[in-house]
Ligand binder design. Structure first.
Ligand code: ZN
Length: 182
């Protein structure tokens, strides 16, 4: 049974906080016009269907924009909180299928979303810290070594393995010394 059968997670997420998150990461020093880059912008009401989505008007070029204009999060039919959850699940390394189950969406929709988020994240980074917290690389290195003792022994025997061997010994020392020092 998917967790979404028990809990509608996206229904528990606060829309206002999602938009505040985007604003905070997109414009840490205040909104800037995506058209001309000017910081001389004024608030100009809210989106007609999304009351937490702030609209702005640029005093320099008279352009109009809102919190999501110019990001991958704009112009899609999924609410922002669904995108934020999708990002969070990506950070947990869930598959598109698992994310679709959790969010109650079609797998094809989720695939399109994750592709857009991966493409757009590097450039736009509205919520990049959601993926940054997960230290996947270190976990994989240790698990791989444990699963392939022959390969590890071979590398440890070569000169190139000396650095790795030192790190392994240091790690082992930290592991074994932790209980007695605690
Ligand atoms: Zn402007």
């Amino acid at each position: 049974m998917a967790a979404s059968d028990l809990i509608n997670l996206s229904g528990l997420i606060d829309d206002a906080k999602c938009f505040a998150l985007v604003r905070q990461h997109r414009w840490p020093e205040g909104a800037r016009c995506p058209g001309c880059g000017s910081g001389a912008v004024i608030r100009d009401g809210h989106d007609d269907t999304q009351p937490c989505r702030q609209r702005y008007r640029c005093k320099t070029c008279s352009g109009r924009f809102d919190d999501l204009t110019g990001t991958v999060l704009a112009g899609h039919h999924q609410p922002l909180r669904v995108w934020v959850l999708c990002l969070y699940f990506m950070g947990l390394n869930l598959s598109n299928r698992q994310i679709a189950l959790e969010l109650g969406l079609d797998a094809s929709d989720v695939q399109a979303m994750t592709e857009q988020l991966r493409r757009g994240l590097a450039a736009k980074t509205p919520a990049v810290e959601l993926t940054g917290e997960v230290e996947i690389d270190e976990v994989y290195v240790v698990a791989g070594h444990k699963g392939q003792p022959a390969a590890v022994a071979k590398r440890a025997g070569s000169g190139a393995g000396a650095g790795w061997r030192a790190r392994r010994d240091a790690a082992r020392w930290r592991r074994t010394s932790r209980p007695s020092s605690a």
